[in-house]
Design a protein around this ligand. Structure first.
Ligand code: CP
Length: 311
């Protein structure tokens, strides 16, 4: 693997999932692979799981890890030809080449602005790193994708499914803030690639990018959608058509224990209790959220391993 910018970087998904599950059983079996190699992790946005699990994954492989909260550094300029006489102090062209001298792999987190649909879709920050860095790039959540989360979710479903082709429902939930589409986008893309029956449910006005949905089924009635579900993945996202806007706070879309029934509950975290999902679900036996968060380590570890093997 050269970069892990997107799920499409995975050549053989079922093999990667199986190898991640094996790594989980014996995380230190490749503990010298990353010796004298450094992962530099750059955060333009907050993180708990991605930061800690990716650091742990790298250290399990024997790598050194350096973390920079980019907001503590110089304001970066991403546009070409800008007269930099205002807020930005360093161009991404220099920054990428400099960081590449300190890193064997660079991992980047840079969320969507939710202000400019075309700019977010262009993945300006991630694509700039892919263009100007001279070492591999790992996407730790970009404007429109969160491929490490999606890989962890696929690993979780593979580990815990009780039938060959489980029914997986992605259900929108309310949230007080406008959130990006990255997790939902990558989850849908990942589910389209593994052997599950995927159904997406959300209020009207919350349709995701048609280029992501492709021919996946949408059911606007949540109760109908949830019938017979084996896994219910709950996530908020803001409107895509009315870009970045919150169109509904309808509490009836919150996940409850009675709606969940016998299905397993999934969420990428962080989650707002009793807004997105009620306490009884998160505190119940059917919640997989801690299991998912644990699998973030092994998703990152298999990705870093594949990249290290290709250096
Ligand atoms: N799910 C996830 O990416 O968590 P963090 O935002 O805490 O990294």
């Amino acid at each position: 693997m050269k970069n892990y910018d997107d799920i499409s970087a995975i050549e053989n998904l079922s093999e990667i999932i199986d190898q991640a599950i094996l790594l989980k059983k014996n995380p230190y079996q490749f503990s010298t692979l990353g010796k004298h190699k450094t992962l530099v992790m750059l955060f333009f946005n907050s993180s708990l799981r991605t930061r800690l699990s990716t650091e742990k994954a790298a250290k399990n492989l024997g790598m050194e890890v350096t973390i920079l909260n980019v907001n503590d550094s110089w304001n970066l300029e991403f546009e070409d030809g800008t007269i930099m006489n205002a807020a930005t102090a360093e161009h991404i062209k220099e920054a990428c080449r400099v960081i590449s001298q300190y890193a064997d792999i660079i991992a980047v987190r840079a969320f969507a602005s939710l202000q400019d649909k075309e700019k977010d879709a262009s993945e300006l920050v991630l694509k700039s790193f892919l263009k100007y860095a001279t070492v591999p790039i790992v996407n730790m959540e970009s404007a429109i994708a969160h491929p490490l989360q999606a890989l962890a979710d696929a690993i979780t479903i593979e580990e815990l499914k009780t039938k060959k082709r489980p029914k997986v429902v992605l259900s929108w939930a309310p949230h007080p803030k406008a959130l990006p589409h990255a997790v939902a986008n990558s989850f849908v893309t990942m589910m389209q690639k593994i052997d599950v029956e995927l159904l997406i449910t959300h209020p009207k006005g919350y349709d995701l990018d048609p280029a992501i949905i492709k021919d996946s089924l949408i059911e606007y009635d949540q109760e109908t959608a949830l019938k017979g579900a084996d896994f219910i993945y709950v996530k908020n996202w803001s409107s895509y058509n009315n870009y970045g806007k919150v169109m509904s706070h309808d509490p009836n879309w919150m996940m409850t224990k009675s709606k969940l029934g016998a299905a397993k509950f999934m969420h990428c975290l962080p989650v707002r209790r009793n807004v997105v999902v009620e306490d009884k679900v998160l505190d119940g036996d059917n919640s997989l959220v801690i299991h998912q968060a644990n699998n973030r380590t092994f998703a990152a570890q298999i990705v870093l391993k594949k990249i290290l093997e290709n250096l």
